[in-house]
Ligand binder design. Sequence first.
Ligand code: OGA
Ligand code: NI
Length: 331
Amino acid sequence: MAIPVIDFSKLDGEERADTLAQIANCCEEWGFFQLINHGISEELLERVKKVASECYKVEREEGFKKSKPVQLLNELLERKNGGDHDEKVENVDWEDVFLLSDENDDQWPPKTPGFKETMKEYRIELKKLALRVLETMDENLGLPKGYLNKAFNGGQDSKNAAFFGTKVSHYPPCPHPEKVTGLRAHTDAGGVILLFQDDEVNGLQILKDGAWIDVQPMRNAVVINTGDQIEVLSNGRYKSVWHRVLARPDGNRRSIASFYNPSYKAVIAPSPELLAAEAAQGAVVEEEEVVKDSSSSGAKYPKFVFEDYMNVYAEQKFLPKEPRFLALKAI
Ligand code: OGA
Ligand code: NI
C-alpha cells in the first residue's frame, strides 16, 4: 500500500471536482498525501536539496560523520550496549535538526553558501502552498473560504499571526537501527505540515488501520499531513495520524518539514458551522469518541488556546493525543 498522490494542478482544470474529492478522501482516510505539480519549481527544489545537504556537512564544526549530535548519539548507544545488549534506547531521536523561522533568521546556518536566500525563497512559496491546501480543506468541509486560516490567526494583531516554522532534519546512518528510532511515533501538534523528504532514503511511516506504511520517496513531491488542530477544527472528520521515522544503517536521510500552525493566542475549537451542519444531518456522536462532555453541541473536542495545548504537548508529544485534550482546561 502506498500513500495517495494528488496532482494539485488538476484543481485548476476540468478535473477540479474529482481532485477535491480525492483530497477529501485523503484527509478523511489517510491524514497524509503527496502533492505533485504543486506549483513550486523544480529549479528551486533542486537548490533547496543542495543547500540542505551542504549545510549538514558545512555547519557541523567537526564535519559530517563526527558532528556533535551524531557523536552524542553514538556515545549513548555505546553506553547502552555496555549493559543489556537487547535494550532499546528510549527517549531519544536519531535526528539532527536546524530550526528556521522568520524570527530567528539571524541564526540560520550561516556558513553554507546560498542557504539563507534559497530557504527564504522556498519558505515564501511553501507558505503560499500551505494556504492553498487549507483552502481546499475549507471547501471540502463546506466552510467559508479562508476559515481555517482565520482560525489560525488570533485576531488582527500581527503578533498573533499564524506561525510558519521549518525544520531541516538529517537522520544520519545509524549503527544500531533496531535499538533507536529516527523520530519516535507521534502526531503533529499544529495545523498543516508540508514535508519535502529525501528522494532516495526512506524511513517515514504512518500508522494506518493498525499497520505501519511507508511514505514512499517521490522526487520533488510535497507530502502533506494534518496536525491535531485540524482534527479539532474539523470535529474529528480529518484525523491527525501517528507517524514515525525509522533509523537506517546507511544513507543520510534529509527531510525538511514546514509547519503552518495557529498563533499561540489563537482559540481553537470545533467549527460551529460544522457542528450545525452535523446536527442538521442528525449525526450521531459516538460515546467513546467524546473527549469532553460538550452537552448537546456535538463537539468532540474542547475549546482551548493553542498555547495551552502546546504546553501539554511539550510533555506528551510521544503519547496518544486524546489525553492531551482531556488535560486542557476548557474555556
Ligand atoms: C516531524 C516529522 C518527519 C520527517 O518533524 O514532526 O514527522 O520525515 N518529520 O522528518
Ligand atoms: Ni511529525
